[in-house]
Design a protein around this ligand. Structure first.
Ligand code: B12
Ligand code: SF4
Length: 500
């Protein structure tokens, strides 16, 4: 017999940066308010997540999974298939970025019954109410479902401004368990949605549009202070696409946090042009309020590639300015790069590497993180990528291997791909970087990395990546010395049990 319970599964996302899944906390609140119980089983912090999901499903209405494109799909398929085998009558509902961007193919998978596109707060509640009533989710905006083997898609759901959304159910998260995996006690927080720009590799406009909308500063100050204090967090990552679209709002948030005397660090994502326009005293104020890092999507230092990426709002000098301004205010500037973008050749890659060397030497403390271009469904570049020979997976499962750390492209594979991967590895070792997860490296590994930074810089300066003996040595030592990922077991992440 089913009680008023929904089981959420959050598949592992191939990173030690473990914290509570914000999408699930967001869609949980309306369910809790309507009297449903919620169980969250996050595979990153739950040793026997398979048996736990199946056990919890026994008296639940449905299984709901949140996922993005990439490796999370592997565990999603495994768990959804087992759930369907054991409980064929209980619907499997998928939400999050991948189902939002590729609803048809996702719903076509044998183990998926319902998909939710875009914002899930209201949609999931309505779906669960229908499941409870034994009815199909006919007409619920943003929802797709199967009817007699056919895929049925209701009209899309209009986007709601963030201020109209309920608060996230952070109290469901076992922050102790996340801290054991990650080494840090941190959480994500959303203060605005969407981004006014439209970079051609970016999927955001496809899900959240381009109309930036944000919470009022007072609400942000109130919620972040409370969240950090309540759960003893030392870091909040504000996951907004572009936090600094409204400078006055950012300044007002900083003033509010300073007035409250909060003590947590926070980091944001913002474009270099918006950081460059800040005045030094504004950045100092943000720092005093706890802002410790700004992550920028620099992506390339080739004018040609930036044009191809539709990043005309970002002049190269704004990257230098952003680095300089951040560092002089005591804020760590981080920059992301994409290698292998269509149109980028060896010459453009060299330009980018030279630029990185230049920035890191002029502004010690600036850091770069790299990826290989991965065309996501819904991104404006996708069609061009397909014309250039990218083969997109023909099934939901196929997307599990789409991952920007390893992607090979028709124009970047074999020895060329290997060369770029080595270059990325040398970039990683050449200068210090600070990940969110605490590094559990031994002193000897740290010393080795330090020692490799000298030859790594030489190689990057000379574009020479043959015979990577330093990398071979590092890998061999790492295999012998480093301990495996810590195993933790979460407490039951659940709402207050209601009688059922
Ligand atoms: C935080 C984050 C991460 C963190 C996640 C940490 C964690 N503990 O969860 C880390 C750093 C690990 C990460 C890694 C990656 N990420 Co990321 N990440 C984000 C980010 C910035 C915020 C996600 C978030 O929590 N948002 C807040 C919540 C509330 O919003 P939401 O997820 O959209 O949820 C809403 C709906 O989607 C829906 N919903 C969500 N879940 C569910 C579930 C159900 C059942 C229902 C009904 C609805 C529903 O309702 C929610 C409320 O409205 C987004 C960008 C963004 N703007 O969202 C990128 C983003 C999700 N990441 C992305 C990518 C590409 C990656 C990486 C591949 C990057 C990399 N280079 O390695 C990896 C992949 C990780 C993996 N899965 O294997 C892409 C995903 C694109 C795609 N097609 O899926 C995004 C969209 C960024 C982008 N624009 O390109 N990421
Ligand atoms: S600036 Fe960032 S969030 Fe905005 S469109 Fe470009 S990549 Fe996407």
């Amino acid at each position: 017999m089913s009680c008023k319970k929904v089981v959420f599964f959050f598949p592992a996302f191939s990173s030690l940066e473990a914290t509570a899944p914000l999408g699930i906390l967001a869609v949980s609140t309306p369910l809790l308010r309507a009297g449903y119980q919620v169980r969250i089983i996050d595979s990153t912090i739950t040793r026997d997540f398979r048996s736990q999901v199946l056990r919890e499903l026994d008296d639940a209405l449905c299984l709901a999974v949140s996922l993005v494109t990439g490796p999370m799909i592997r565990e999603t398929v495994m768990i959804a298939r087992e759930a369907k085998r054991r409980y064929p009558e209980k619907p499997v509902v998928l939400g999050g970025w991948h189902p939002s961007l590729l609803p048809d193919q996702t719903l076509a998978a044998d183990c998926v019954d319902i998909v939710v596109r875009g914002q899930g707060e209201e949609a999931l509640l309505e779906v669960v109410q229908r499941i409870e009533a034994g009815e199909a989710p006919r007409g619920i905006p943003g929802v797709g479902y199967k009817q007699d083997g056919e895929l049925v898609f209701n009209p899309p759901r209009a986007l709601k401004p963030l201020r109209d959304m309920p608060p996230k159910a952070y109290h469901l998260a076992d922050f102790d368990a996340y801290e054991r995996v990650c080494g840090r006690r941190w959480a994500m927080y959303t203060s605005s949605l969407a981004c006014p720009y439209n970079c051609s590799y970016c999927t955001n406009a496809g899900v959240y549009g381009r109309q930036w909308n944000a919470l009022e500063p007072e609400q942000v100050v109130e919620e972040t202070s409370d969240l950090a204090a309540r759960h003893g967090l030392d870091l909040l990552w504000i996951v907004d696409d572009n936090f600094l679209v409204d400078t006055d709002r950012a300044v007002a948030i900083a003033e509010g946090l300073v007035r409250r005397g909060t003590r947590f660090d926070w980091s944001v994502q913002a474009t270099t042009n918006l950081v460059a326009r800040l005045q030094p005293d504004e950045l100092r104020l943000l720092r005093r309020a706890g802002l410790s890092q700004i992550c920028h999507g620099a992506e390339s230092a080739s004018e040609k590639v930036l044009q191809l990426m539709n990043k005309d709002f970002q002049q190269l000098e704004t990257i230098y300015t952003a680095a300089e301004k951040c560092l002089s205010a005591g804020i760590r500037p981080s920059f992301n790069l994409i290698f292998g973008y269509p149109g980028e050749g060896e010459k453009e890659r060299r330009e980018t590497v030279r630029f990185v060397m230049n920035v890191c030497r002029r502004y010690p403390g600036a850091e770069f993180w790299t990826n290989i271009f991965t065309p996501y469904p819904g991104a404006p570049i996708m069609q061009r990528a397909q014309e250039l020979g990218i083969e997109t997976p023909a099934s939901f499962e196929g997307w599990a291997d789409f991952f920007p750390r390893y992607t090979t492209l028709p124009w970047l594979h074999g020895p060329a791909h290997e060369r770029v991967q080595r270059m990325r590895e040398y970039l990683r070792l050449a200068f210090q970087r600070v990940p969110i997860a605490k590094q559990r490296r031994r002193a000897v590994t740290r010393a080795l990395h330090q020692a490799i930074s000298v030859p790594a810089q030489w190689r990057l300066d000379h574009g020479y990546y043959e015979f990577p003996v330093e990398l071979w040595l590092k890998d061999a030592l790492q295999r012998v010395l480093e301990s495996p990922k810590p195993m933790v077991d979460a407490q039951q992440l659940s709402s207050e049990p209601a009688a059922c």
